[in-house]
Structure formats: C-alpha cells, structure tokens
Design a binder for this molecule. Structure first.
Ligand code: NAD
Ligand code: MG
Length: 340
C-alpha cells in the first residue's frame, strides 16, 4: 500500500466525490486517496460495489450526499446512466462553482448532458483499464492520461484536470491535451473498428475459414486466437517493427502479400463509414434507442458471440493451459500480471 502524501502543492481541490466504483471508479478513488485527497465514494445503497468500497476503507454515501461538499465530482458510472444521474442527483446537489469530471466524453459531446453554467467541466481519460491504473500507481508509475476542458467558469479548469490526472499517477507517464470531441470520437472508433469489433470479427472469420476447409477446430483456435496475444504483446512493446523482428521471414513475406488482400481498400472505406456514423451522431442515437428499448439487439448479438463455435473449443483448450487457471471473475489476468 502506498503511503499518503500531500496533494499537489497549491491545488484548489480538497474533497473529491467519486460516483461509481467499477473498473475506473475504484482505481481513481484509491489513487487519489493515496495522493492526499479527501475522497468520498457515491453509490446507491445496496448496489453491487458498495461492499467493495467499504472494504477498501472509504466513506460511502448515496450520490446526492457524497457530491454536496465536493470540490470535484468524478462521474464514473456507466455512460448510459450518466444523463439521469446528472439531472436527478448531480445538478441539484453539487455546490456552486464545483468541477464536474468525466473519464469519457460521450454524454457531453453528444449533448445528452448540458452542465450547469457555474460548473467547470473537464475530462481525464486514462489510456488503460482501471486495474492497470491502480497497479501502475502502486509501483510508483502511472498510465498515460488524455485530458480536456469543456467549460471553464473558474479560470482554473485546466489546473483541475491536470491535478486530477497527476493524482491518478498519469503525470508520471504522459499527459496529452485533447478535446471532448477528439476523445469521444477516437475512443468509439477504436473500440468499434479495431479493438473490440474489428479484432473479434477478424478472429471469428479466420476460425470459420479454417474449420469450413476441414481443419481441426482446436488447431484453428491456437492459430487465430491464442497466438494473437503473442503478436499483440510485440505490438505493445515495440510496434509493428518489433513484431517483424520476431517472426520468421516466411511469416513476414506472407504478411506483406496477404495482409493487404484481407484488409484492403474496401475495409478502409467501411471503416470511414463507421467513423462517419460516429461523427454525425448516428451511432450514439442508435445506441441510446437500443438502450432505452431494453437492449433487444444487444442481447441477441452478445448471445451469438457467446454461442460461436470458437468459444466452446476455447473453453476446452484453456482448461488444459495451467497458467490460465487463476482467473478472477472481475479482473483479466493480463491486468493483474505485468503491464501486458
Ligand atoms: P463500471 O461498469 O465498471 O462501473 C460502474 C459503477 O457505477 C459501478 O460501481 C456501479 O455499481 C455504479 N453504478 C451503476 N449505475 C449507477 C447509478 N445509477 N448510480 C450510481 N452508481 C451506479 O464502469 P467503468 O467501466 O469504470 O466506466 C466508468 C466511466 O469510465 C465510463 O464513462 C467509461 O466510458 C469510462 N472509461 C472506462 C474505461 C475502462 O477501462 N473500463 C477506460 C476509460 C474510461
Ligand atoms: Mg472506449
């Protein structure tokens, strides 16, 4: 456990209310407390993460009470509940001139939340999951953060964002200024086109091609899913340069001639269409409608992913990989071990 220190000299922030205690909320609350701030956690009484916040030694209050005396309120509940939380709880209870902070710009950028005129409104988004934000802080390092100012009523909004990012440990790594628009649109594009959507569809398609051609599903799994981690680790450590250093000449030649056949100009064109839907608000409008309708398509899509044959063969194969056995329900192994 890191010992408490005084907050950044000259900061105007003393009390921080962290609303939500999930992936980001827990990491932010713990790091800010260890950086010397008074942190109070706002949660619905009896909610799923209340016991965890109490076990970590926090004073937990209903959100309306938690935010009342706070100089800064960090909104770390799921994006789709932020509008209701803001309108019903934060707007009527936050003190005059306080700072409202987000870790993702979605609700501000698309106009779901129009903050009170007297508030400063800032963004601090760590470029990593909460478990890594906590772990890096504990070992004296930090996860890079991007930050932005949407509304500066006090004249100190920039400093509030920088103090908060430093309190998370981000200043030990790298802080990059952005805008709510840039953070929101690039974050959505990354997860849709490349990280979550692009990568999982690429893996499923590769698996299907091999299995439909008569190869064993077990071998297809190792080829297109399991080994992807080795490649991504090399990207992470040293970019595509490092991957090319570690694969064979045959793999490199195949990469050069076949990669662009699969991810060709038409894929790039459709990525541009995905980006356009993000930029003009189509994606977010559809997502809000889906959420308000009770997630009918979301549940169907999710079930299709869970039922894909690669999941069944994967479960059987992973049971035989002993190093994967200490999995925790709420924390991926890659985020508990080294910064993978
Ligand atoms: P999460 O789902 O892990 O946790 C949400 C928390 O909010 C939980 O404590 C939950 O009990 C609580 N909660 C849910 N509904 C609530 C309500 N109505 N009132 C009060 N509390 C409620 O969320 P997360 O992934 O940490 O995301 C929080 C924010 O951080 C989002 O804006 C997200 O976009 C952003 N973000 C997340 C990540 C990430 O790696 N998960 C990275 C960067 C930014
Ligand atoms: Mg995202």
């Amino acid at each position: 456990m890191t010992t408490s220190t005084s907050p950044q000299a000259g900061t105007r922030i003393h009390t921080i209310a962290v609303v939500g205690y999930g992936s980001q909320g827990r990491a932010h609350a713990l790091n800010l407390r260890d950086s010397g701030y008074d942190v109070v956690v706002g949660l619905r009484p009896g909610g799923p993460t209340e016991a965890r916040a109490q076990a970590d030694g926090f004073v937990v209050k209903p959100p309306a009470e938690a935010v009342r005396d706070a100089d800064l309120v960090a909104v770390l509940v799921p994006d789709m509940v932020q509008k209701k939380l803001y309108e019903e709880v934060l707007a009527p209870n936050m003190k005059q001139g306080a700072c409202l902070l987000f870790a993702h710009g979605l609700n501000i950028h698309y106009g779901m939340i129009t903050p009170r005129e007297d508030l400063d409104v800032v963004l601090v988004a760590p470029k990593g999951p909460g478990a890594l934000v906590r772990r890096e802080y504990e070992i004296g390092r930090g996860v890079p953060c991007i930050w932005a100012v949407h509304q500066d009523r006090s004249g100190h909004a920039e400093q509030f964002a920088l103090d908060y990012a430093a309190g998370l440990g981000g200043a030990r790594a790298n802080l990059i200024r952005t805008t709510f628009r840039e953070e929101t649109e690039t974050d959505l594009f990354g997860e849709q086109a490349v990280l979550c959507g692009g990568a999982s569809s690429l893996v499923q398609a590769g698996f299907e091609v091999l299995v439909e051609a008569g190869y064993q599903p077990e071998i297809a799994y190792y080829e297109v899913l399991h080994e992807l981690k080795l490649i991504v680790d090399l990207f992470y450590e040293g970019g595509i340069t490092r991957m090319l250093e570690f694969v064979s000449e045959t793999a490199q030649y195949g990469d050069y001639v076949s990669g662009p056949r699969v991810i060709d100009a038409s894929v790039k064109q459709r990525m541009k269409e995905v980006l356009k839907d993000i930029q003009d608000g189509t994606f977010t409008r559809n997502w809000i409608a889906e959420y308000e309708a009770g997630l009918p398509n979301y549940k169907r899509y999710r079930q299709a992913d869970l039922d894909h044959p690669i999941e069944k063969v994967g479960r059987e194969l992973r049971a035989k990989m002993v190093w994967l056995q200490q999995q925790s329900a709420d924390q991926p192994q890659s985020q508990r071990t080294a910064a993978a």
